[in-house]
Design a protein around this ligand. Structure first.
Ligand SMILES: C[S@@+](CC[C@H](N)C(=O)[O-])C[C@H]1O[C@@H](n2cnc3c(N)ncnc32)[C@H](O)[C@@H]1O
Length: 398
């Protein structure tokens, strides 16, 4: 796709995300009623949906987009604007024995990533960024015979990766370093093609910045966890995004990775129970403290939920230095938690329509940033979303 098209798409998405932020920005846990009372047809439609229908819609955001577009026609463009071409896969042959011990899905992702990556014979030395045990590095060196420098800050993972590479006589060198450190910059400078599979937030951004600074010839990155950033607000990379008036908090960034829960009925039931308990507790603390602010509780072991709502609230109160009264009306607050859960799901249905737009906007920011620094960039889907929902691949060459 030409750079003009990426820029055009980016502008369109900026326009839609800005204009409709009142629909996607509200945080469902914080609301005791739908924040769109002035949008009556939307609220009426949401009220007709059963929990199972809402779960199905969240998994099929195109259907939500279609419905929303009946009231706001501009939203109809969202599906086309976020359609990313599937990569032209050229199968790479990697000795199956190198995949032994690698979790099945991870190995399949690596094969898809390497098959989707445009071939580049001129690469001399690869950099594997935030390598873990170096599974991707194994794949690329087996496929090309070229050396790989694998950078990972957990020394134990580096040791395991190095041992495996030595046993299999693979030309891999592990570096137990912090990706954000100056020492890491020296490793980057010695490589001409940087690879990153699922390096979170700031980490893959750091690779892009350092690659640009060292004039790296090629970069192939599949970004993930956009919300894992050190600052409170997203720092746009491209000048296009810097001039867009879209300011994103960490909570906003989370929208890009909020997939529908697809773990089967048991996982869905467990999530519903936990969220209902949290919201029921919130209803009580608002009454008790005379507050209209959501009070989040820390994470807990799923097994704690089996002791029931009353016990959950006792635990929650303890966490927050509150005392649950002897006459605490468990049934009342549990029912109120259930009602809040319905509102939360209604809001999640609406937000799901903007999930891909948010992810694509962030990815396009990276694409435009690379283009701005003289790279030719392609953006593709390297695998099916079932294999990993973070399936976008940015490939850039000087
Ligand atoms: C999601 S894993 C991905 C690992 C590997 N690329 C893969 O796909 O299997 C992210 C990796 O980044 C490493 N990591 C996190 N922060 C880091 C940092 N500041 N410097 C270097 N590595 C880091 C983690 O230890 C972890 O192994």
């Amino acid at each position: 796709m030409s750079s003009l098209l990426y820029r055009h798409q980016f502008r369109q998405l900026t326009q839609i995300l800005t204009q409709f932020q009142w629909l996607w920005r509200p945080i469902p846990m914080e609301h005791t009623q739908l924040p769109w009372q002035n949008a009556e047809p939307l609220c009426q439609w949401l009220a007709t949906l059963e929990n199972t229908q809402m779960a199905a819609l969240k998994a099929h955001p195109d259907a939500v987009i279609e419905t929303l577009a009946t009231w706001w026609p501009a939203l109809a463009q969202l599906t086309d604007l976020t359609t990313v071409p599937i990569a032209n896969h050229v199968t790479v042959n990697i000795n199956a024995r190198l995949g032994v011990g690698v979790p099945g899905r991870k190995w399949a992702q690596i094969q898809a990533y390497l098959s989707a990556m445009p071939k580049r014979d001129s690469t001399v030395r690869y950099l594997e960024w935030c390598a873990g045990k170096g599974y991707l590095g194994r794949g690329i060196t087996a496929a090309t015979g070229k050396p790989v420098e694998s950078l990972e800050w957990q020394a134990a993972l580096c040791e395991q990766g190095q041992l495996f590479a030595e046993q299999k006589a693979l030309p891999m060198q592990f570096h137990p370093l912090d990706a954000m450190s100056e020492e890491a910059a020296a490793v980057i400078a010695g490589c001409d093609h940087g690879l990153a599979l699922h390096a979170c937030g700031d980490l893959h951004v750091q690779l892009l910045k350092k690659a640009i600074a060292t004039d790296m010839q090629a970069i192939t990155v599949s970004p993930c966890c956009y919300q894992l950033i050190s600052g409170e607000r997203y720092q746009p990379l491209s000048s296009e995004a810097q001039h867009a008036s879209l300011v994103l908090s960490k909570a906003d960034l989370k929208l890009a990775v909020q997939e529908a829960v697809t773990g089967g009925r048991r996982v869905c039931r467990q999530r519903e129970q936990e969220v209902t308990y949290r919201l029921g507790f919130d209803e009580w603390q608002r009454d008790w403290q005379g507050s209209d602010q959501y009070l989040p509780l820390p994470a807990l072991k799923k097994s704690q939920l089996t002791h029931g709502f009353g016990e959950f609230c006792r635990w929650g109160a303890e966490q927050k230095g509150l005392i649950l009264p002897a006459d605490f009306d468990e049934a009342e607050y549990h029912t109120r938690g259930q009602a809040r859960f319905v509102i939360l799901e209604q809001m999640n249905v609406v937000k799901s329509a903007f999930r891909r737009a948010m992810e694509y906007w962030l990815v396009l920011d990276r694409v435009l940033f690379l283009q701005q620094h003289g790279y030719r960039v392609t953006l593709t889907q390297f695998c099916d979303r079932q294999l990993t929902p973070r399936n976008l691949l940015i490939h850039a060459e000087k």
